[in-house]
Structure formats: structure tokens, C-alpha cells
Design a binder for this molecule. Sequence first.
Ligand SMILES: [Zn+2]
Length: 108
Amino acid sequence: MIGAEPRLGDLIDDYCHRCRLLLNHAIASLVDGHVVKVICQTCYSEHAYQHGQGGKKKTGPRATLFDQVLAKVSSPEEDSESVATKKKPAEPARHITRRKGKSPRSKS
Ligand SMILES: [Zn+2]
């Protein structure tokens, strides 16, 4: 007769959204013998019973966006090398010419 029916206060495993882990939860409310609410025994937050499931891996648009960013990050390396090899032709150096004679300090 063990585990036939959940009772209030029984410990069951469930996913805690706050802890983001599958942890011990105490049954907080029952409806027709089915667990409805549980209390996390780690952070003591009460939430609906997730049936041990939760923390869905975010796949879809976000993952694809990440892949796109990765693709963009990885590709420019080749471009930067090609740019580095294609240097502009060196401009003729500009020489600074000083006037001989008058220096500001010799004026006295
Ligand atoms: Zn928790």
C-alpha cells in the first residue's frame, strides 16, 4: 500500500523554476488525489506541480540566431587576413621641416 496515493507533505521530485533543478518538493495541495501544488524544499517557493518536467531547452528562433551569430563570427577571420595582406600602397613619408634660425627660446 506504499505510494498508492500522494498525501499532503509527501516529498516528491519536481522541477523548481527558481532553483532550475529537479529537487525535492513537498506536496502542498491535492485535488482528487492528484498533486496540484508543491513547495520546493530548497528555496521554499510554492508553484504548480510540473510532473518532474520543466526547464525546456530553448530551441528554435533563439538557437538559430545563435548559430547565425556564430557563423558571422567565424567567417570574418578569412576576410581580415585578406584585408591585412592587401595593404594600401605606402604614402610617401611626410618630413617635418624646421626653419633654421629663429627658435622661440633664443629670443631675449
Ligand atoms: Zn527551489
